[in-house]
Design a binder for this molecule. Structure first.
Ligand code: SAH
Ligand code: SF4
Ligand code: F3S
Length: 436
């Protein structure tokens, strides 16, 4: 009998890492590992890392410093680093932190079982290749265990856009789409195991080309999967929103009225310097077309303040774009210089205090819009897919069609069910209501 070992996996970064972590747990399941939520009793600890901003990457080294202490107490403990920091700084990690046994880049997860053999023999293992073979073909089939009502499903990886600030084209490689057959098989399997809502993932998901009719074609195929109630997708690039995808927002009932469509800046000068391949006006016109197809769509976005060369006027242009577009929800970041990206070469870096001021101003505006969008839901009846118990006894938490977190008093049997809830209250980041 193989002895069971415990795996502790900590996930940083985007949803794609969340999905990959699930797949890694499954891949190592074949080697006798089960997941633990406490690092202290783990036989292996994996950090699934993010390289998008400097802070995210530096966090990994301090975390590894802490884990070194655990290894001192338990010399059999193996420590691994996966994800985008592994891809970008594999050798460097091994050099800076000798406690690390294993480094695996995002395209090599199917090789984890062999790498595990190697570290069990007391050797180090490093794999940051971009292999020819498809990791999803080689990864263990998902075990048939029951799952929660929502799931991520990666359909596309990598990015060919090369925005001047971004590491993703380097850490995840070129755009690759999974075949629609493979995606549909996985989706049906997820639904059999209790999933009701699938979020299709890709760094550039609307450039998906694994179906002859693109992402819209895939969505319409998924629309026919019995038992699947909701479809979402993220993240999209404005240049790849084709007519069929826009139309689907108006005609496909399972496609939810929520869209994350980052613009990064409202200044044409900065958009050009960022290599975003569209103007502010083209973005605004695009939003108009999507809203014509689906008027109640809730829009989300990403913004960067303090890109090299950004002036007060450029920042004002961003604020004006936000006022014109209106976001129900959005993320905003201070520009962070990333080694190896074109923007890192620019000399006109923006002062840190200026970045902070601009971020505060933008976030204040975005928060006001989010609050307004949430308050507009009060009094309305929305569909909520309940996902889990709330903090208060007798309460369940789920998401509305618009991705708002909603809690309501409801029996546990309603977990996994989509029900109508009348919204009564809006607080920071969530809504509450009563069953109707
Ligand atoms: N593929 C997605 C998201 C990639 S990363 C897209 O194109 O939208 C998520 C967000 O992180 C980006 O949208 C951007 O706003 C932010 N980001 C990326 N690189 C950054 C950097 N160097 N500094 C600050 N924010 C960054
Ligand atoms: Fe990065 Fe731009 Fe690609 Fe998004 S589209 S992953 S921001 S390079
Ligand atoms: Fe981070 Fe890599 Fe995702 S850099 S945002 S984990 S693709």
């Amino acid at each position: 009998m193989t002895e069971t070992k415990k795996l502790y996996i900590k996930t940083y970064g985007c949803q794609m890492n969340v999905y990959d972590s699930e797949r890694m747990v499954e891949a190592l399941g074949g080697k006798g590992y089960t997941e633990t939520k406490t690092p202290e009793d783990a036989d292996m600890i994996l950090l699934n890392t993010c390289h998008i901003r400097e802070k995210a990457a530096e966090k990994i080294y301090s975390e590894l410093g802490r884990l070194k202490g655990l290894k001192a107490e338990n010399p059999d403990l193996k420590i691994g680093v996966a994800g985008c920091v592994a891809q970008a700084e594999g050798q460097e990690i091994m050099r800076r932190q000798p406690a690390v046994d294993l480094v695996v880049g995002p395209q090599s997860y199917h090789r984890l079982p062999q790498m595990e053999d190697r570290v069990q023999q007391g050797k180090k293992a490093l794999d940051t290749d971009f292999p020819e073979e498809d990791k999803f073909d080689k990864l263990n089939a998902r075990p048939k265990a029951k799952r929660g009502p929502t799931a991520f499903l990666t359909v596309q990886e990598g990015c060919d856009k090369f925005c001047a600030f971004c590491v993703v084209p380097y850490t995840r490689g070129a755009e690759v789409s999974r075949s629609s057959e493979q995606v549909l098989t996985e989706a049906r399997d997820l639904v059999e195991r209790g999933v009701r809502e699938i979020t299709l993932l890709g760094q550039n998901v609307n450039a998906y080309n694994g179906h002859d009719k693109g992402l819209a074609g895939l969505i319409w195929d998924l629309d026919k999967v019995d038992g699947l109630e909701r479809i979402r997708f993220t993240t999209s690039h404005p240049s790849d929103m084709d007519e069929a995808l826009i139309e689907a927002h108006g005609t496909c009932d399972k496609l939810m009225p929520y869209l994350h469509l980052p613009v990064q800046s409202g200044s044409d000068r900065i958009l050009k310097a960022m290599n975003r391949k569209h103007t502010a006006d083209e973005y605004i016109r695009l939003i108009e077309r999507i809203r014509a197809a689906r008027p109640d769509l809730l829009l989300s976005g990403d913004f960067i303040v303090g890109f090299p060369g950004e002036t007060d006027q450029d920042h004002a242009d961003t604020m004006n774009l936000v006022r014109e577009v209106f976001y129900g929800q959005a993320y905003s970041f201070k520009y962070s210089t990333r080694p190896g990206t074109p923007a890192a070469e620019k000399t006109e870096q923006v002062d840190e205090t200026v970045k902070t001021e601009r971020l505060h101003a933008l976030q204040a505006l975005l928060t006001t819009q989010q609050k307004q969008a949430q308050e507009a839901m009060v009094g309305k009846t929305v569909k909520v897919l309940f996902e889990k118990k709330g903090r208060i006894e007798g309460q369940l938490i789920g998401k509305s069609d618009y991705l708002h977190a909603v809690h309501a008093d409801a029996p546990d049997e309603m977990i996994g069910k989509t029900v109508s809830v009348k919204i009564e209250n809006s607080v920071t980041n969530s809504l509450s209501g009563v069953l109707v």
